[in-house]
Design a protein around this ligand. Structure first.
Ligand code: HEM
Ligand code: SF4
Length: 570
């Protein structure tokens, strides 16, 4: 469907089961509280299995040992993944120490995973430790509310170590947006924090009694950095400044990356420009976008339920006019903005407050004590003496922010001693993977465990062709759901089956173009052979400063994806 042939505003038909579940959940309570005490299983039963996602948890099991357990006639080893809400990715050292201690003592893997949506996840929390996890978070002023399922999830903000007042202002808006769009139900407080039931009727004025049709993601972006990858998100506020002061936002709606292999009704889509809004309209506009998607999103098919599909069905102009009506605003034309980067600036930078900020590379965002590289202990040691804050980036890295000149050398010494400042190539710095095996129930191929060695092989290819100091934005995602954001990469691998991937080529460095499938269902050797051939051409034939993705398009290696709803599968 395109703008000339808009479809219905509301899709009639049989609602998916998730809608029944939300409706019957009594505002996300279900029978979770009772289920917690069911010692017969390590998991949650029936609807609760999905309901706990609204509370920030996924029930998982270790897929490496699933078959072995089945042979022994044991149920899979259930454990929860818990994802914190951390708008803009900022966390204090005290909070960090609390999560570090918990991860070590109470999770199966002992690690903390920094995610590519600026928060952290614990993997492997047994059922008996779930409530203590929520209580620990609450004690230090954190929660995991609305970090999964059909709600507005953790709000991202361009990571920056207070180098400008603009970033600070943008961050405040990320927090306000997150708070404003949170579920109002008291279910979380009652179940996990033992807070009293209050005798009011629950209401969800923004999200509605059956919440949103599908997950919903929001960002606040400060150009020229597009580190948050706005086009992977439903609602994006691009900061516009006059004389260094924030005056409003450009609003872009309807980005999203998830697809289904071979299902041509699905596609990755970049967000559409709606227009400029003044600051005082921010929350009203956010609310209007969310409620329009709430009312018009397709609740009969979860694979067609995201904002990107609603926009394509009803037409961008009609969706935009409805947002204007609901927010009581007429959008001004988009103000000029440009992006130049998506990556991090590793190492030390000095901020406006004369303090120093250190960006550390954390491969795959996985903080664990490896032999000879005690990364997790190193961060904990820094947290014990650090008076600034920590900032998690949307590239799964970590900034130690707000270090006085006098504290620099101690922090650097700790970081170096724990392998947190080992030199890595530009290629590795610009490579990313989703979690995938062993915990993700949807994984089709390895991603996080595959990436490190794969990058080494790509580095070798780059060196052989004389471009060893340069980089190609390279991402691996274990299945087409796309958590690793491979469909905004210059080279993207999307897992198909164990050891097999679809290879996508032709995104750009700043993340504003969707790549195109170049080869289907190939193994690592075949992928590397293709990369070898393409990098050789890029190294020889490119224009000055031309990125690999841009070159692939100009040289005709792949046709650009210009209008994903119609040409993604061509
Ligand atoms: C239908 C679509 C999707 C489904 C069903 C889905 C499901 C999941 C699941 C089950 C996990 C947990 C894996 C684990 O930690 O063991 C996960 C992780 C994650 N997903 Fe998704 N996902 C989808 C799309 C996306 C997209 C498009 C993005 C971002 C563009 C995204 C961002 C993330 C992030 C940030 C994590 C945390 C770990 C990481 O940094 O890789 N997801 N997702
Ligand atoms: S992309 Fe697939 S395999 Fe990777 S974390 Fe997301 S759902 Fe799991």
């Amino acid at each position: 469907m395109n703008d000339k042939h808009p479809g219905p505003l509301v899709v009639e038909g049989k609602l998916v089961d998730a809608e029944r579940l939300k409706k019957e959940s009594n505002y996300l309570r279900g029978t979770i509280a009772r289920d917690l005490h069911d010692g017969l299983t390590g998991g949650f039963n029936g609807d609760n299995f999905l309901l706990i996602r609204f509370h920030g948890m996924y029930q998982q099991d270790d897929r490496d040992i699933r078959a072995e357990r089945a042979e022994q006639k044991l149920e899979p080893r259930h454990a929860m993944m818990l994802r914190c809400r951390l708008p803009g990715g900022i966390i204090t050292p005290q909070q960090w120490l609390a999560i570090d201690t918990f991860a070590t003592a109470n999770t199966l893997y002992g690690s903390i995973r920094l995610t590519n949506r600026q928060t952290f996840q614990f993997h492997g929390i047994l059922k008996k430790n779930v409530k203590p996890a929520h209580q620990m978070l609450h004690e230090v002023g954190l929660d995991s509310l609305a970090t999964a399922n059909d709600v507005n999830r953790n709000v991202l903000c361009t990571s920056n170590p207070i180098e400008s007042k603009l970033h600070q202002e943008a961050y405040e808006w990320a927090k306000k947006l997150s708070e404003h769009l949170l579920p109002q139900t008291r279910a979380y407080a009652e179940i996990w924090l033992d807070q009293e039931k209050v005798a009011t009727t629950d209401q969800e004025p923004i999200l509605g009694a059956t919440y949103l049709p599908r997950k919903f993601k929001t960002t606040v972006v400060v150009p020229p950095h597009n580190d948050v990858d706005l086009h992977a998100n439903d609602m994006n506020f691009i900061a516009i400044a006059e004389k260094g002061k924030l005056v409003g936002f450009n609003l872009l709606v309807g980005g999203g990356l998830s697809i289904d292999h071979g299902n041509k009704a699905t596609y990755a889509r970049t967000a559409s420009e709606f227009g400029f809004l003044p600051l005082d309209k921010t929350l009203a506009v956010a609310e209007a976008v969310v409620t329009t998607q709430r009312d018009w999103g397709n609740r009969t098919d979860r694979k067609n339920a995201k904002t990107k599909y609603t926009l394509e069905r009803v037409g961008v102009d009609i969706f935009k006019a409805e947002v204007e009506k609901r927010a009581g605003i007429k959008f001004a034309p988009i103000r000029p903005y440009t992006f130049t980067t998506r990556g991090e600036r590793f190492g030390w930078v000095k901020g406006i407050d004369k303090k120093w900020h250190l960006t550390l590379f954390i491969e795959n965002g996985r903080l664990l004590d490896y032999p000879g590289r005690a990364l997790k202990s190193g961060i904990a040691e820094i947290a014990r003496i650090h008076h600034g804050d920590f900032r998690l980036t949307a590239n799964q890295n970590l900034i130690i922010a707000g270090v006085p000149e006098s504290g620099k050398s101690t922090i650097e010494a700790i970081a170096r001693a724990h392998g947190l400042m080992d030199t890595v190539s530009a290629q590795r710095e610009n490579s990313m993977a989703c979690v995938s095996f062993p915990t993700c129930p949807l994984a089709m191929a390895e991603a996080e465990r595959f990436l490190p060695d794969f990058v080494t092989r790509v580095e070798n290819i780059m060196t052989q062709h004389g471009v060893g100091d340069e980089h190609i934005v390279l991402r691996v995602t274990g299945c087409p759901n796309g958590c690793g954001r491979a469909l905004l990469a210059e080279i993207g691998l999307v897992g198909k089956a164990p050891g097999r991937y679809n290879l996508y080529i032709g995104g750009n460095r700043i993340g504003t173009r969707i790549p195109r499938m170049y080869r289907e269902n190939i193994n690592e050797e075949e992928i590397l052979a293709d990369i070898d051939q393409l990098v050789a051409r890029w190294a020889q034939e490119r224009d000055a400063d031309e990125g690999f993705g841009d070159f692939s398009i100009r040289a005709g290696v792949v046709k650009p994806v210009l209008d994903p709803a119609h040409d993604f599968w061509e």
